[in-house]
Structures are given as C-alpha cells and as structure tokens.
Design a protein around this ligand. Sequence first.
Ligand SMILES: C[S@@+](CC[C@H](N)C(=O)[O-])C[C@H]1O[C@@H](n2cnc3c(N)ncnc32)[C@H](O)[C@@H]1O
Length: 418
Amino acid sequence: MRRVDLTIERLSKSGDGVALLDGRAVFVAGALPGETVRVDLAESGKALHAELIEVLAPSPSRLTPSCALATTCGGCDWMHVSVSTQLEQKQQIVTSTLEHLGGLGADRYELLPTVTSPQALGYRRRAVLHPAQGKLGFFGRKSHLRVPVDRCPALTSSLEALPGRLAELLQGALKDVEEVHLLECEGRVSISVHLTGQAKAKHREAMALLLRDGQLDGAALVPEHGKGGTETFGKPVLEEDGVLYRPDGFAQANAEVNRALVRQAIELLDPMPNASVLELYSGNGNFTFKLAARSAQVLAVESSSISVQLAQEAGRKHGVPNVRFIQGDCAKIADGLVREGQRFDRVLLDPPRTGAEGAGRWAAKLLATRVVYVACDPASLARDAAELVREGYAPVALQLFDLFPQTHHVEAVMAFSR
Ligand SMILES: C[S@@+](CC[C@H](N)C(=O)[O-])C[C@H]1O[C@@H](n2cnc3c(N)ncnc32)[C@H](O)[C@@H]1O
C-alpha cells in the first residue's frame, strides 16, 4: 500500500475519479475532476485503484450527500456531486466513449439537449433489495457486501419506507429470501419475494401478512428456479401508460423520464404510417404500443416469457392489432429474419448492458433505412455504433436521458440513417 496525493482529471465510465500517476490511470471512487486527493494505492490487474483517504482541495461541485448511507450504499454513487456537474459528466462520458471506443467524434452527429429528471430524488419506481444483517438493503459501494436500509430517498414516495417495513413483516421468512423486488406504477405498489428454495406454508403466511398491512396492491412469491411455480397474492400486475408490469420483470426505473425517452426515441426513428418496424429487446411493450400507433406494423422480439405474456395481454386489452410479439433470443431471431429475406423500414433496439453485437449487420441486411439504438451502457453503444457505421449507417443524433440522478448511470438514444 502506498499513500500519494493526486489531481483528478475526469470521471470514468464507472463513475470513479481518474488521475494519472507515472503515465498510468488511477481510479478513485468518490473523487471529482479538479480535486486534489490523498489516496492509498492498490494494484488490481492492469488498472490501479485507490482508496480515497482525504480530499485536500475540494471541487466547487462537491456536496454533502443528503442521505446518511451515501458513502456505503452502492445505490447513489454520485450523491456528493451537484446535479449540474452530474449532467455535464454524463455527457462527457458518453461522447468521449463514442469517440475513443467507437471512433465517432462529436462532429459526426447532432447532440440534442439532455432530458433531465424533474426529481433529483424520489424518482425510482423499481428496486431490488437483499437480506442484510436481519433487515433488507442494497449492495454496498463496489462490493457485494450488503447495506441495511430502512428508508431510501431515491425511491418514489409510495416505496420510500418499504425496505424497513417489509423486513419487519418478513422477519420469520427472511433467512429463506434471496431478493425482494419493488415496483410502483401510478401510485400502486407490488413486490416479488424470491426464495432460495421451495415455497412453504410459512412463506405464504408471510405474504398474506404483507398484503393485510395495506401498503401493497399485490405480491408474487417466486421459488428458486426449478423448485415450483410463482404464486400470486392480490394483484401483482400493475399498469402504467397502457403497459402492464410485474415486479419480477423489467421496468424502466424513472417513470417521468421514461415517457420522454419513449416519445423522443420514436420521434428520432421517424416512423411513417406505412412503415414496418422491427423492435428488438421490447420488454413489456414500453416502446411497442406507441410505435404501433405511428406505423403499419411492428414485430417485437423479447426473451423474457413474463414480459411477452404481459405485452400480449396489454395488446389484447387495448386492441392493438398491428403488433406481433415473438419470445426468443434477439440474435437468433434477427439472423432468422435475415435468412428469410425479410425487409423492415425501421429498427429500434433497447438491449441490456451487454449491448447488441450484430445490430449493424441485421439492420443492413433487413434494409432498414433508419435505426434507433437505446443504450444503458456507453461502451456497448460505442461498439455497436461503430458496427452500424461499418455497415454504411451515418450517425444522425445523440440524446441523453437522466433516468438515474445521483448515480453515474446514463441512458442514451442514438439515431442512424442509411
Ligand atoms: C433494457 S431492457 C428494455 C426493455 C424495454 N424496451 C423497456 O423499455 O422496458 C432489455 C430487455 O432485453 C431483454 N433481453 C435481454 N437479453 C435478450 C436477448 N438475448 N434476446 C431478447 N431479449 C433480451 C430483457 O429481458 C429486457 O426486457
């Protein structure tokens, strides 16, 4: 261990301060650009990481976090950064990753104004909790150590106090719990309790108690994979903007910014009334139904069977005739569509963090003239954008959406045309 003083130059994709020492990058969690910091160095593989010991010259953007758990809990890793600097840094991270990893300088596309979150806290309508020292909590900073949490100010007002309350009510069953998922839609709340084994009578009793407490509209009890089916209590399926959600499936975390994300991604895709659209990684239909209203037909592909079932149910409920949902792996299905010689005017994709390698090839072979890529990982976006460019697409516009204030996470939408 070596103690040194460093000057932080920028923030990394994973939210850490980055300084240079003898030509090598040093990553310092909790440090901000412009700051002089005292750190203990620790070698880890090729990169140098360092523990922040003291901020010797703080940045004017440094704030005292409003949550007492901010330095230990892994949830809000940028709570010590002013919101305006968070936004600047997110833009810097995405544009420089596109440039350095994807070879796409900012002169190649139009950078549209970032869509900010109306709420800097109280915006999260979805969370995953883990048993933590007899309570429920989140993973810690850069570790799988768990931090017990009673209230979380990042959660929406309906969810904020649930971690503490659920831990009390689940007390007898907590040792058999792997995770608890929380979901809020339009003021209604539903949770799923994921077990480490089979569901037993005591778990069902705990679920009944949770519902009697009056804060939940519904709940699902999910045994370990292969150890029985999911059991439901009350109404675990919730609806928001015509899309059906369950707590054990995917939902965008910030409902307000999500509305702008959906609107703007569809605007950038520029669908036409006679267009055929391929939507990959369609989830529960967050983009799908709005896309269907603006085009002739949508083929939506998603691997989660829960999501596809809910999307189909919402399609029937709201009478959307021009959408077909297919459950399966996007790569296999897109390759199949290419082999069959299918054509699509537009492709919209919203992959998980690992990205969508092959996106450029699929879009080109399917003859799409416009592609919109929704990204939650800047490095995957840069890699896949470079593939789209190699396949003859020109980047048109990039827009960021601050879905996750107080964290380094950022959502980006990039449009391409050919
Ligand atoms: C970032 S989410 C987006 C979902 C949806 N577009 C939304 O806005 O709610 C990514 C989705 O991709 C799905 N997914 C992950 N890997 C997949 C794969 N290989 N093939 C198809 N879907 C996949 C996940 O189940 C998840 O629903």
